[in-house]
Design a protein around this ligand. Sequence first.
Ligand SMILES: [Zn+2]
Length: 424
Amino acid sequence: MADENLNDTKNIDASVGGTLFERYFTGRNEASLVAPNTLFMTADYVNLTAFETADGLLLVDTGMVAAGPKVFEEIRKRTDAPLNTVVFTHGHLDHAFGLAPWLEAGEKPRVIAHENVARRYRTYMKTGPMNVHINRVQFGIEADITWPQRDEDFFWPDTTYRDSLTLHLGGERFELRHAKGETDDATWVQACDRKIVCSGDLWEGILPNCGNPQKVQRYPEEWADALEAIAAVGAELLLPGHGQPLEGADKIRTCCLNTAEALRAIVSQTLEGLNAGWTHEDILASIKIPEHLTGEHYLDPLYDRPEFIARNVIRKYGGWWEGFSSQIMPAKMASQAAEIARLAGGAAALIARARELTDSDPALACHLAEWAALAAPEDREAQQCVIDVFTKRAEGEIALMGRGLLSHAARNAEKAIAALDSTG
Ligand SMILES: [Zn+2]
């Protein structure tokens, strides 16, 4: 099967809808009313909603640690209502870690989250260095990163639930529903009397990021279930965890159902390939977003690519063996690379061919450059070839995760050259 399918996102013009962070930076840096008694804002790149009720505020998400003071200040500019309840849409760092300024100001909110949020925090306590490493790789962060690892680093929910929870605040009804999608601990909130839904990260205006190459299992099928459930409640306003709100019942329904359809297509295509006994690479090459949805900018693969999502589906239903017999107990990559270089007549031949193929077949060029550097790690030309080939490919890559991991190869090669320079 032709592998150029894996690169066919190149004909997507994402600039029409903006890049990922252009979409996340909504320009809504101040808390403002988006509906009666409903404040909404973006803190850095994360959105928060505050519902003012006769019993006080219901705050949906709190932002990152660093964004907490700004969120507090902004909402306090608009209302003095006491903080009655906080709901975390999930336990990620950008949503559930900004509560400190509220507590320091003497507020005593009830803190509600899905029961798996507490489990996530306990996992974070075991995997801090791993998460630091993941973020360094995918975002190219060289500076110090802190990761919550101590008990006191977390705002532990005092109220958890399993499937759904109904809240009555100031005579109004709010429904909390559990979903799985990007995470297994998600909650979406329906302000029933206001016809508003807070989706958390179940809606971000991009192809759902449920294929992250370095992270734990994600849930495309359950994500589709959740989007269909959101579509069914008939909300007039959807306030997402990232990106711009969606307005209008028809638009919300269409966007949610189309996104669910795209996810279901990826899942069913993957299962078809698994059932047919295909190799993983043939399954990945077969993945296509349905034709009639390809122009929708809310399906732009700005974070994950369709085939990354398919890999997650493979992981859920199948095993790790990709289907090539030599890979079941493979020779080390460095040994393979040394042998390929020997057959080619030396690393220089691989380097030359990698450079030749940089534009016409960037995927193959990356293999050749990586083999050259593995075969001859102390060869500056080989490391420079990795930098050039991987950087070029990263520049043309639409998905943040693709770009991040390609750039990581270039950064590693830069470090290898620096190490060679320092030892002379
Ligand atoms: Zn998020």
